[in-house]
Design a protein. Structure first.
Lengths: 254, 260
C-alpha cells in the first residue's frame, strides 16, 4: 500500500492511534501524508507523543489528543502541544500510561471499561471523562474504572516485516500491540522486508491490515537498529517549532 | 556546592539502587541509566534493567543516549506484555527514579502543568507514569535538579501521583541532599554543605532536620567512578543543568549521537 492509499482510508474526524513512544518509531511519513492531504478534526491517540503530535498540530489536523504525555526528551517541551493546551485550542484528554493502556485493552477485549488500581486520589478524573472512581462489586474496594477507547485506525512504524506481514522490532514495542488490537484497521509502515522466524515477531499478521513500505519513515525520530533520532532537528524544533518551521519536519535529505 | 550536582546525585542514586534490594530498575533518563549500570558494579550485579514497556530485562547499550526513548535501542532479552510493567509495580518489585515538576509535602507529584487542573498557565509534558508508580508499593526516587520553592511545594497544582501508600519507600535527591518521606513528613537523611539553606528556602515541603544530619560535600568515590565508566561523556549532566549550559550539553550529545 502507498501513503496515498493509506490517507484515502482515513477520513476527516477519524480517531488515529500513532505507535511508538517518545522519539522512537513514530510514523512520521504517515503523519506527513495526513498533513499533505489536509485532514482535519482528527482525534490522535499517542501514548507518549513527540514530533508526531507536533507535526499534525502544526498542520492544523487535530481536534483532540489522548496521551499520557508529549515532550521532546532532553530537548525539552513540545511547543505546539504546549501552546494548544495553554490556549485551549485542542481538546486534550490526559491519561496516565497505565490507564491509557487499560483503555485500549478494554476495547481489544470487547468490554466497555476495565478497573485498575492506578489513578485513585489523583486529578485524572477531572482531566479525563474516561477515568472515574468506582467500587468493585465483589470486594467493595475503591478502583479506577477506565472507559474503553476505540480507534478507527492504528498506524505503526517498525524496522522490519516479513512477506506475510508479521512485524519485528528490536527493543521496546511500547503499547503498539494493544493499539493494534483496539483499532478497526492497522497499517504497519516499515523500513524493510526480511526473512525471519515468525516466533520472534512482536505483532502477528493477524492484526495487520496493510503494509506500507517506508524507508526512513520514522525520521526525525529514531528506528532502531536502522537509525537514531535526529537530535539536531529535535533541538531546532524545540527552539523554533512554536513560530512555524514545519519545513523542519519535511522529508529528510539522505 | 563546588562539585556538579549531577556528579553528586547520580552516584548517590547508584548507591541507593545498589542497596535497595530491588530486582528490576526502570531506566528513565541518562542519569538513571548511568546510576543503574553503576549499581550493578556496586553490589547488584543481577539487577534487571527495564527500558520502555516491553523490554523488562534489557542490556542498555554502553554509551548513554539522551533519555528513556534513546534507550529503546537497547537489546532486549525478550519482549513482554506492556501490562507486565504495571504488574511489577503493583507487586513492589520495581525501582524507578522520576523527575516531577512539583513534589509536595505529602509526596504527591505533578508533571501535568502549573495552574488549575485542565487550565494550565504552563503546560508540562503530562501525567505520564506518575499516577501509576506513585500509587504502587514499589520504590520511587524523586531526582530533582534544583531544590527550590517552585518544585517543592505544600500542595501540587495538579495531582498526578497520589499520596504514596503506607510503607512505600519514597526518597528525594536534590542539590540540598537526600530526604525520606515518613508518616510525619519529609526527613533529611543527609545534607550538602548548602543543604540547610536550600531547605529553608523551600519551606512548603516541610522538611524536618534535626541538626545532626551528615554533611556530604564530595561524591561517593567508588560510585562516581562506576558512573563515569557508564557515562564517560557526562550526558547525565544535561538533566542537572539549565538554560545555556543545558542547551550546550544537549548539542554536544546530539553531535555525538549523529556520529560527529
Amino acid at each position: 500500500m502507498s501513503f496515498e492509499e493509506l490517507v484515502g482510508d482515513i477520513p476527516d474526524g477519524a480517531t488515529v492511534g500513532l505507535g511508538g513512544a517518545g522519539l522512537q518509531r513514530k510514523p512520521m511519513a504517515a503523519a506527513r501524508a495526513l498533513a499533505r492531504a489536509g485532514r482535519r478534526d482528527l482525534t490522535l491517540v499517542s501514548f507518549l507523543g513527540s514530533l508526531d503530535v507536533e507535526l499534525l498540530l502544526a498542520a492544523g489536523c487535530v481536534r483532540a489528543l489522548h496521551s499520557a504525555g508529549v515532550a521532546l526528551d532532553g530537548a525539552g517541551l513540545a511547543p505546539r502541544y504546549r501552546a494548544g493546551r495553554q490556549e485551549q485550542t485542542i481538546e486534550f484528554v490526559e491519561w496516565s500510561e497505565g490507564t491509557l493502556l487499560c483503555a485500549v485493552q478494554a476495547t481489544a477485549r470487547g468490554v466497555p471499561s476495565l478497573p485498575t488500581w492506578t489513578g485513585l486520589d489523583t486529578d485524572l478524573p477531572q482531566l479525563n471523562p474516561g477515568v472515574r472512581e468506582a467500587v468493585d462489586p465483589f470486594t467493595g474496594e475503591r478502583v479506577t474504572q477506565v472507559r474503553a477507547l476505540a480507534l478507527d485506525v492504528a498506524i505503526l512504524h517498525v524496522p522490519a516485516v516479513d512477506a506475510r506481514g508479521n512485524a519485528y522490532v528490536e527493543g521496546d514495542f511500547a503499547i503498539d500491540g494493544a493499539l493494534a488490537r483496539a483499532a478497526q484497521r492497522v497499517y504497519v509502515c516499515h523500513e524493510r522486508t526480511v526473512n525471519a522466524d515468525p516466533r520472534r515477531a512482536v505483532l502477528s499478521r493477524l492484526w495487520v491490515d496493510a503494509l506500507v513500505p517506508a524507508p526512513g519513515g520514522a525520521w526525525p525520530t529514531g528506528c532502531h537498529p536502522d537509525y537514531k533520532a535526529d537530535l539536531g532537528v529535535v533541538s531546532r524544533w524545540a527552539a523554533e517549532g512554536a513560530r512555524g518551521g514545519i519545513e523542519l519536519l519535511a522529508e529528510p535529505v539522505r | 556546592m563546588t562539585v556538579h550536582p549531577g556528579d553528586l546525585l547520580t552516584p548517590a542514586l547508584a548507591r541507593e539502587i545498589a542497596e535497595s534490594g530491588i530486582g528490576v530498575y526502570a531506566v528513565t533518563s541518562p542519569a538513571s541509566v548511568a546510576a543503574a549500570l553503576a549499581a550493578r558494579e556496586l553490589g547488584a550485579p543481577d539487577l534487571a534493567l527495564a527500558t520502555g514497556f516491553t523490554a523488562l530485562d534489557a542490556e542498555p547499550i554502553p554509551s548513554v543516549t539522551l533519555g528513556e526513548e534513546g534507550l529503546f535501542a537497547a537489546g532486549a532479552a525478550f519482549v513482554d506484555d506492556p501490562f507486565d510493567t504495571f504488574v511489577l509495580l503493583a507487586r513492589g518489585h520495581v525501582g524507578v527514579a522520576v523527575a516531577p515538576a512539583q513534589l509536595d509535602a505529602a509526596g504527591r507529584t505533578n508533571l501535568s502543568g502549573a495552574g488549575p487542573p485542565g487550565h494550565p498557565k504552563v503546560a508540562l509534558p503530562g501525567a505520564r507514569g506518575l499516577p501509576d508508580n506513585n500509587a504502587s508499593p514499589s520504590r520511587i526516587w524523586y531526582l530533582l535538579p534544583a531544590h527550590g520553592p517552585r518544585q517543592l511545594v505544600e500542595h501540587v497544582d495538579v495531582v498526578c501521583g497520589a499520596v504514596p501508600p503506607a510503607g512505600a519507600i519514597r526518597r528525594l535527591l536534590t542539590p540540598a541532599g537526600c530526604f525520606e518521606l515518613r508518616p510525619s513528613g519529609w526527613h533529611a537523611l543527609w545534607l550538602t554543605p548548602d543543604g540547610a539553606e536550600l531547605v529553608a528556602g523551600a519551606p512548603g515541603l516541610g522538611i524536618q532536620c534535626n541538626g545532626e544530619e551528615p554533611i556530604v560535600s564530595e561524591p561517593d568515590e567508588a560510585a562516581l567512578a562506576a558512573v563515569e565508566r557508564a557515562d564517560p561523556h557526562g550526558v547525565r549532566l544535561i538533566e542537572f543543568s539549565a538554560g545555556g549550559e543545558a542547551a550546550e550539553r544537549f548539542q554536544q550529545a546530539a553531535a555525538r549521537e549523529a556520529g560527529g
